[in-house]
Each structure stands twice: as C-alpha cells, then as structure tokens.
Write a new protein. Sequence first.
Length: 264
Amino acid sequence: MLIENTIILSHRLLKGGYRLLTLKSKRIAPMVRPGQFVHLRLPSPADAVLRRPFSVFRAQAGRLAILYKTVGKGTQAMATLCAGDEINILGPLGQGFPNVRKDTLPLLVAGGYGMAALYLVAQRAPVKGIVFVGGAGADDILCADDFRRLDWDVRVATEDGSAGKKGLVTRILDAWLNKELHGRQPEFFACGPNGLLKAICKRVGRGGWDGWISMDRHMGCGLGACLACVQKVCKRDAAGRETWAWARVCTEGPVFACRDIVWD
C-alpha cells in the first residue's frame, strides 16, 4: 500500500452521467491486482473529509483509470477535476479476485459500473470467457466494447429492452447455463448491486461451482480501522462446523468467495 500524488491525464464524460478518470501513476498502478481499489482524497468541497473508494478499471505501467458516476457531493466534486490537476490516492487496497484457472470457463457477471472491477480479470485471464452485463437501460451498459476488444463474448440485458435482451442479466445467464454450458466447468466473477451478487451466489451454490463476488460498501478509512464496512461471513473450524463472524470489506474483501457470504 502506497500514498501517491497523481496527475490527471484525462477526464471524459461518458453516457448516462458516467465518467472515466485516467491518472498518471508510476508507483501504485503497477501493483494493482484485479478487484482491488484505491482511495481518493478530493480537493473540494471543504466538507468532503473522508477519502472515496473506487475500483480500478484499468492499470498498466504509469497510469490507472477509474470509472464512476456522479451520485453525491464527493463524485460531484470529482466531476470538476480537469487534466493537469493533482489528486492524492492511497492504494492498492483490499483483497482482489483470484487468478482465473486455465481448466475452467470464466463467466463475468456485472451490473452497471460493476464492469469496471472485472476488466482486469478479463485482461489478465489465461483463457477467454463470457461477460454477462445488465443495467436499467442502454446508458448503464458500460465498457462492452473494451471486453470485446479482448476477444471476450459479451451478452447484454437491459430492464427496458433498450439494449440486448429485455430483462435482468440473470435471465440471459440462466438461459446460457441451461442451453450452452454442455458439461464445462464454469468459474464465476461478479460485481454489482447486492441483489445481483446474492443471485449469483445462489446459482454458484446450487451448481457446486466456484465463484467470487466484489462487494460495494460505504467505507470510512479503507484500512480496516473504522469498522464501517463489515459483512457477515461464514467461518469453519477444523471439524467442519460452521459459525459466522464479521469481515471488513475494505481489508478482508472487497472480493469474497460466494460460499463464505452469509446473506441476511
């Protein structure tokens, strides 16, 4: 984990109020693993005391990119930043996704800007797989072409039918699992709203497969000290008996194995 003063290289407005922020980062960017995040210190407004956590979308030598949507004071302040401005980041933080195994078929499932946390999984995977992405409408379908350029198969669903198939992303996922799995061993990687993550964990458990989800929680410190982002998880003793405990999403997560999450 490092603290770095970075320079904004570009800041682009995308569709639907989403923005792509690209930073010059010589120290942190090369260290980022898929699923990890960075904590940004905002220059304004004055009452934005706490840093803001963001999944790393792209990371390579010398630069990293963050995909976000303006939804509150913090992200509204971020939207005013311009190329050449300096911003302080802390990272990389958290536990990321495990490496994709060569003997499985990776299935990435995302809702909205959950796609950002999955791009590095696809980019660094030793095998190609399928991306299932869903959103309320076409404006919520992000980065699909980025995944296609990596030669991944991208399947789209929107609730209003404005892009891809009409319905929830789990609908097109279930259709694929029922018709096209053909005995292959899937491995799931998911990021999105809690309802989607819970649905993926349910399917993973029912199929006896491996799956990992990236959870989104409000974070204070990002370092595990404030206990603001806890999640109930399953713990197993040497005899296989199960109980539960609290895990900090910022340090033990944000990525968890599906089998370890206790859904209330």
